[in-house]
Ligand binder design. Structure first.
Ligand code: AMP
Ligand code: ZN
Length: 179
């Protein structure tokens, strides 16, 4: 496989890129980090996206979460400064859990779509994924209209009530929240 969306699958085959590995999953660095810390946790099992998950995967979800906690600990960071979960509209194949710091200070964070993918309902926290699997046995996809509306939603700072008019203003503002 060589197309762009299978890039993560190729990384799974390259142990030099694995920061942490268990017999079920690996942690890698996101190649285009959208914050100071941004990692991906991928299962070895061939699960393309969250939409193939069932209640049988709940123990695998726990394993992915443990690896997420592990990388935060290894980096000597504080769990409270991180969000852990999945995109409702993934672009890359192979299920991947985002482990991302809440500063969102990064040159790779460029577009409103980037921001909203982590800071609206487009981001499904780990706990919500587990809850949906327990209750419904699957993840309910958002409708096309919901996806479009959330992608275009007005910018809103994740740390205060500021509503910046555009991405350059948001990025400047996020810098001001850095301690
Ligand atoms: P998603 O929107 O959930 O599918 O996110 C895919 C993530 O994979 C994004 O955060 C990208 O920055 C990241 N990414 C894309 N290509 C690579 C790669 N070759 N290695 C590591 N991360 C990648
Ligand atoms: Zn703010």
């Amino acid at each position: 496989m060589s197309n762009w969306s299978s890039g993560l699958i190729n990384i799974l085959k390259d142990p030099s890129k694995h920061i942490i590995a268990s017999n079920l999953a690996v942690v890698i660095k996101d190649l285009y980090p959208k914050a100071k810390h941004h990692y991906l946790v991928l299962p070895l099992a061939d699960i393309p996206t969250i939409f193939q998950l069932t209640a049988d995967h709940l123990s695998l979800m726990e394993e992915l979460y443990l690896l997420a906690l592990n990388i935060i600990e290894v980096k000597k960071e504080d769990l409270n400064n991180f969000q852990i979960g999945f995109h409702n509209q993934p672009s890359m194949q192979r299920l991947h859990m985002h482990v991302i710091s809440r500063d969102f200070v990064s040159d790779c964070l460029k577009t409103k779509k980037h921001w909203n993918s982590f800071n609206t309902r487009l981001f499904l926290p780990y706990e919500e994924v587990c809850q949906q699997l327990k209750i419904n046995g699957k993840i309910k996809p958002l409708t096309k209209v919901e996806l479009q509306e959330l992608t275009k939603e007005d910018l809103q700072c994740n740390q205060c009530s500021f509503k910046p008019k555009n991405m350059p203003l948001l990025k400047e503002h996020l810098n001001s929240h850095l301690k």
